[in-house]
Ligand binder design. Structure first.
Ligand SMILES: [Zn+2]
Length: 169
């Protein structure tokens, strides 16, 4: 398992909904969790490792608000967004070393299936809501740079390509 970088086309494809969560899917999620923590990253979507299934892993610590979480989401979807929005700086394991401010709703209500095939619905706020919106976007082939102007987006993507070329040499 390897993290794909822009402009890899797989990052632009839609991940499929799982009709049943198999042991193999749970195994994929655990591998994703490992690779994400090693990276290190706070979230990873299956598209980013070349698997077009709706699987997301999250691992973060928000010391300021004394919150931490580590969990797997199957078929996550956002069913409600708050009208209130916030701007936060985002980065992405598929665009190493690139960061930009992105505006998104502050709170969301999400629905997903957990490892025990239990349907979970919860309201999420702050940093965790930010990570989840970013990861759930990946499942539909969307990247955080899509919220920027095309000029800025192209600059960041070019920088990733350049970075890869210098690493290869
Ligand atoms: Zn990302």
């Amino acid at each position: 398992m390897e993290i794909l970088l822009v402009p890899n086309e797989v990052l632009r494809l839609k991940a499929k909904k799982l009709t049943k969560i198999t042991k193999a899917d749970i195994n994929v999620a655990h591998q994703m969790m490992d690779i994400m923590i090693k990276a290190p990253g706070v979230g990873l979507a299956a598209n980013q490792v070349g698997i077009l299934k709706q699987i997301v892993t999250i691992n973060f610590e928000d010391k300021e608000n004394d919150k931490k979480a580590n969990y797997i989401l199957f078929n996550p979807s956002i069913i409600e967004y708050s009208a209130e929005k916030t701007i936060m700086e985002e980065g992405c394991l598929s665009l190493p070393e690139q960061y930009a401010d992105v505006e998104r709703p502050k709170q969301i209500i999400i629905e997903y299936t957990d490892e025990n095939e239990k349907l979970i619905k919860k309201e999420i706020d702050g940093y965790e809501a930010r990570i989840l919106q970013h990861e759930i976007d990946h499942l539909s082939g969307k990247l955080f740079v899509d919220y920027l102007s095309s000029l800025k987006r192209n600059i960041l993507i070019k920088k990733v390509k350049k970075l890869q070329n210098t690493k290869k040499r």
